[in-house]
Ligand binder design. Sequence first.
Ligand code: AQP
Length: 334
Amino acid sequence: MQRIFSGIQPTGIPTLGNYLGAVRNWVKLQHDHDCIYCVVDLHAITVAHDPKALAQATREMAAALIASGIDPKHSILFHQSAVHAHVRLSWIFECVVRIGWLNRMTQFKDKAGKDRENVSAGLYTYPALMAADILAYHATRVPVGDDQRQHLELANDVAQKFNFDFCGGEPFFPVIEPVIMGPAARVMSLRDGTKKMSKSDPSDQSRISLTDDADTIALKIRRAKTDPEPLPGEPAGLEGRPEARNLVGIYAALTDSDHAGVLREHGGQGFGAFKGALTELLVDKLSPIAGEMRRLLADPATMDAILRDGARQAEAIAEPIVKKAEDLVGFLRV
Ligand code: AQP
């Protein structure tokens, strides 16, 4: 069985983008892969965060994953700071990755904005830690949203350079294949169809969160930006209409269809009617997840025990791989 690794940052309640672009696919892959899923709290501190809230946010993210269908009996679920192998391999990779490669990362440019001199060095070297997260387990498939494609290409470059520099070109670290699935691989903001939906966007109206109740979902969808034209009959008609394309993509993902299928059913409809149908679908899909999250979080001790057990299992896989990488680099063992 191929090994899967993927992670999510505890930087807020997961959004519909996280769910449709990543987590829902993680759930599907559990049945025929050896899966490792991680709440990446080390990544979460690359931007300003509240130290008093991080532990609970980590627990909440783990509960959101279980409520979405990740089964800790089938998949390893843990939080990143509990397994030290990530940081040890990350440092080695920081010394392998080239500054020129990091300079090309568009996510860094987006997150750093104009004030680049003032963001953390961790935000800049984030892709080296991400490469370590995956390669510490010799994982070969990584289900992510489309925004992470460039980071995975960089992880492959790092693996290849490590193999060349320290293993005479032998493939100690394997090639990683991104798994980017479905019509919602990039869910956009409800306020701006050219911007990704994000947990940490300052505008709450830009996203649907997994814990939003029915009224909140209805209000956010009603207020979602659209254009005055009705829905077209086929996907070519969505060209130049990013907000319409986004809502159709969300509908397609929730009904396991595609843009063409949704437009066959709803083409010619105005947004009033279409938004009503979309709201119903969203409430139907997300309400059970929110309820299950509340139930899980009422028992934090059990949540922590699940994460502790996951960390133990993760460590057992990563430790020999990272030790071998350290030996290849040449560290003294006494
Ligand atoms: N809008 C999106 N559409 C599709 N997939 C998405 N993902 C994130 N946003 C979308 C995917 O969710 C997984 C976990 O993401 P993350 O939390 O590790 O980091 P992120 O990509 O930076 O997500 P956010 O929501 O935008 O977080 P913040 O606001 O903290 O930066 C990844 O697989 C990602 O592709």
